[in-house]
Design a protein around this ligand. Structure first.
Ligand code: DX5
Ligand code: ZN
Length: 220
């Protein structure tokens, strides 16, 4: 077991889009650790969410670290816009291409923390040779694009393999899980070695955000 309780990063995708300012204030008051922001372009994934203007607008309403998950291709032309909008951490998929190493360098050069996201079919080797540029590795436990999907158990060995890879590297790299995280699946993610849990439906879909966050943290 890992020494600290897991950090909980509610995904704004499941919030009420007509009341986003209120929603981010409420989630901070409820004890969230990070705010996870899913950026979708209708091209890399079959859904469209929101862009840097919204991230910037929310920045005034929320003091939590902004964890920006880019599901856009290409990502490189937009890194600066998200950094300036208030992203603290920017994560990219290797498939967004063309040069993952350069993209991570660019995120670091903007003074932001950098993450790599592995889709269900993407092997751990995709991140192996860029760990020196990673502050976070994110394992998708659903196919990216939508909230409310079922957790893919097949990804648990990948989480465990990444935990070993990170330990061997000796680096302080966060290991995040995203997709279908609930009070039932959180303990399995935790046991496999995850230390940051993204949860959309399980938090914003619950009547009491503080209770939902505490339940995830407690279960894990
Ligand atoms: C999916 C997104 C997730 C999503 C998770 O592409 O990356 O962050 O919002 O939603 P739940 O927790 O409902 O599976
Ligand atoms: Zn996400």
């Amino acid at each position: 077991m890992l020494p600290h309780p897991p950090r909980i990063a509610p995904s704004l995708l499941a919030a009420d889009f007509a009341r986003l300012g209120e929603e981010v204030r409420a989630i901070e008051a409820a004890g969230a650790d990070w705010l996870h922001l899913d950026i979708m372009d209708g091209h890399f994934v079959p859904n469209i969410s929101f862009g840097p203007a919204l991230v910037r607008a929310l920045r005034r309403h929320c003091g939590l670290p902004f964890d920006v998950h880019l599901m856009i291709a290409p990502a490189d032309p937009y890194l600066e816009a998200f950094a300036e909008a208030g992203a603290d951490l920017i994560s990219v998929h290797p498939e967004a291409g063309p040069h993952l190493h350069r993209t991570l360098q660019s995120i670091r050069a903007l003074g932001r923390r950098a993450g790599v996201v592995l889709n269900p079919a993407t092997p751990v080797s995709a991140v192996e040779h860029v760990l020196d540029l990673c502050d976070l590795v994110l394992v998708m436990t659903v196919n990216p694009g939508f909230g409310g999907q079922s957790f893919l158990e097949s990804q648990l060995p990948k989480i465990a393999a990444l935990r070993r890879m990170i330990a061997e590297s000796g680096r302080a790299i966060a290991l995040q899980v995203d997709g279908g995280v609930t009070a039932e699946t959180a303990p399995r993610c935790r046991a496999a070695g995850a230390d940051v849990l993204v949860a959309g439906t399980a938090v914003f879909g619950a009547p009491d955000y503080a209770r939902a966050i505490a339940a995830l943290r407690g279960a894990a």
